[in-house]
Design a protein around this ligand. Structure first.
Ligand code: NAD
Length: 507
């Protein structure tokens, strides 16, 4: 990489003035590809090209867009193994995990194909008594040009599901993938160009670091969908606020699992180990901490540690976890482990010795972690799990709700799972499972608090990229009109009196 000098902009953002993005094959460390960095000029040109075609894309209607989205879906399915191999190379995750991203992306496209018109099509609403001569309806109109800024941890499905929703809602889209995984973002756009030759500019990409993302917003997009860290999200939101540009903010999480006294401990341990360690712990909805009721604590710890010891890390075909591609995350993982140890926790599996400079970080299971340790309160974003002993599920609920995040969660209980889950102030909960809400494209995905706002996936995900336009059309003369000056004297007083009698009469 050339000249990677960090520069601090006026907003306090750390950006880079590199002219090139160089990707590496995570398995071998060898150079994979070089991409010139896009700046303000390229961002302005992309937005102008997108704006030129956005109207025609909307004018195609749901059927015309569906025809093209279906062609794109076929192209993604046809070349699924190619993009899985690219995800594996750029991100380092096992090929099967990469294949899951492809499958999920195809599933989100199917959801949009099946539901866009039903969710976003014209919807009639009843006339009201005050204006019975009016026909009323709602249409959802696209914002125009949507800028999508993505992370590296799920380089295809995370930005992909958002891009799909935005396109299906009738927008043109410009994707700025993470500098760690630009090839995957570019692949998605190339697949679009191949499948939809009559509308190539409807989906474009820009490559670069944070400064490229800033340039995209500055170029005047009509909506920004940002997925990334809380710190960057705040900066991006501040920039978008200057032009009152609406945002979808999908930020970090510190997801907790609750293990109740009546949990099936084998199930809980198996799901929690996977939920914490899969994708090397690089998931906004990775389970970071397990709150375990003391009566089942020892048995749970024994099962979790046994399973975690068997997890295979590496780049071989049978590896279950890949490397940490963002090497600056390794000191954070170390800091969280050493903070927990300093506060009296024990590393029942792994520990500081397993987190060296090497990108292949083996799993760490921290037990007897105090609830205020960093490993329990902050997103570690690595292959770790903090196990915290609680007196009862009430304490676990209170600890989860006291945190600044509110993204995902998991509850394990044979008899009270739903009741516990309903009390968690989070966007998503899986009951007696881990991360299962992710697997259903009909379920809205998003958080509250520091985890962000807005939703992707499901009906809410489609509506996120369209604004309601309300219509009220006069269909015939009314007895009197409330919206002209020819209202007869006393008409409003009589209407209020009639309403009063109707409401009080129902007491
Ligand atoms: P990051 O914040 O470092 O980068 C995210 C993206 O923002 C990248 O494309 C980056 O180039 C860009 N960027 C950086 N500075 C910018 C700026 N000033 N203006 C515009 N764009 C800028 O995050 P990351 O390391 O790529 O991703 C990991 C984080 O993302 C974790 O915290 C994880 O929890 C979160 N995440 C959230 C979700 C979700 O759906 N809630 C999904 C995946 C990841």
């Amino acid at each position: 990489m050339t000249n990677s000098t960090p520069t601090v902009t006026r907003d306090g953002v750390v950006g880079f003035d590199d002219s090139e993005v160089v990707t590496i094959d995570q398995a071998t460390g060898a150079e994979l590809a070089r991409y010139p960095v896009d700046g303000s000029e390229q961002a302005a040109a992309a937005v102008a090209a997108a704006r030129q075609v956005a109207g025609a894309w909307w004018d195609l209607g749901f059927d015309g867009r569906a025809q093209r989205l279906r062609a794109w879906q076929r192209e993604i399915a046809r070349a699924g193994e190619d993009v899985a191999a690219l995800i594996h190379a750029e991100n380092g995750k096992p090929v099967d995990d990469a294949r899951s991203e492809v499958l999920g992306t195809i599933g989100h496209l199917q959801y949009a194909l099946d539901n866009a018109e039903g969710v976003l099509g014209r919807r009639d609403v009843p006339a009201v008594q005050a204006a019975p001569n009016q026909q009323a309806w709602i249409e959802y109109q696209p914002y125009g040009v949507v800028g999508v800024i993505g992370p590296w941890n799920f380089p295809l499905i995370t930005p992909g599901a958002i891009v799909i929703n935005a396109l299906a809602a009738g927008n043109a889209v410009i994707l700025k993938p993470s500098h760690l995984t630009p090839g995957v973002g570019q692949w998605l756009v190339r697949a679009w160009e191949a499948a939809v030759p009559d509308f190539p500019a409807v989906l474009q990409n820009l490559i670069g670091y944070g400064a490229t993302g800033q340039a995209l917003i500055a170029a005047g997009v009509d909506k920004v969908a940002f997925t990334g860290s809380v710190a960057t999200g705040k900066t991006v939101a501040a920039q978008a606020a200057r032009t009152v540009t609406p945002m979808l903010l999908e930020l970090g999480g510190n997801d907790g699992a609750i293990v109740a006294e009546d949990a099936d401990l084998d199930e809980a341990a198996a799901h929690i180990v996977w939920g914490a360690l899969q994708n090397t712990g690089h998931g906004c909805v990775s389970l970071e901490v397990a709150y375990v009721v003391e009566s089942v604590y020892d048995a749970f710890v024994e099962k979790v540690t046994g399973l975690a010891r068997g997890v295979r890390v590496g780049s071989d075909a049978d590896a279950q976890l890949g490397p940490v591609p963002l090497t600056s995350q390794i000191p954070v993982i170390r800091e969280h482990i050493s903070d927990a140890l300093a506060r009296g926790a024990t590393a029942a599996v792994g520990g500081l010795d397993t987190v060296t400079g090497d990108r292949y970080v083996r799993p760490t299971i921290l037990v007897d972690v105090p609830a205020d340790a960093l490993a329990a309160t902050e997103e570690t974003f690595g292959p770790t799990l903090a196990v915290v002993k609680v007196a009862d599920t009430e304490e676990a609920i209170a600890l989860i709700n006291a945190g600044p995040y509110g993204l995902g969660s998991a509850v394990f209980s044979r008899g009270h799972g739903e009741a516990i889950a309903r009390r968690l102030r989070v966007g998503m909960t899986s009951i007696n499972d881990a991360l299962s809400f992710l697997m259903n494209p009909a379920l809205p995905f998003g958080g509250r608090g520091d985890s962000g706002y807005g939703r992707k996936h499901g009906e809410e995900g489609l509506r996120e990229f369209a604004y309601p336009h309300s219509f009220s059309a006069k269909t015939g003369p009314a007895r009197f009109s409330a919206s002209t000056f020819d209202r007869p004297a006393g008409a409003t007083a009589r209407a209020l009196a009639a309403t009063r009698d109707r409401i009080l009469g129902s007491d």
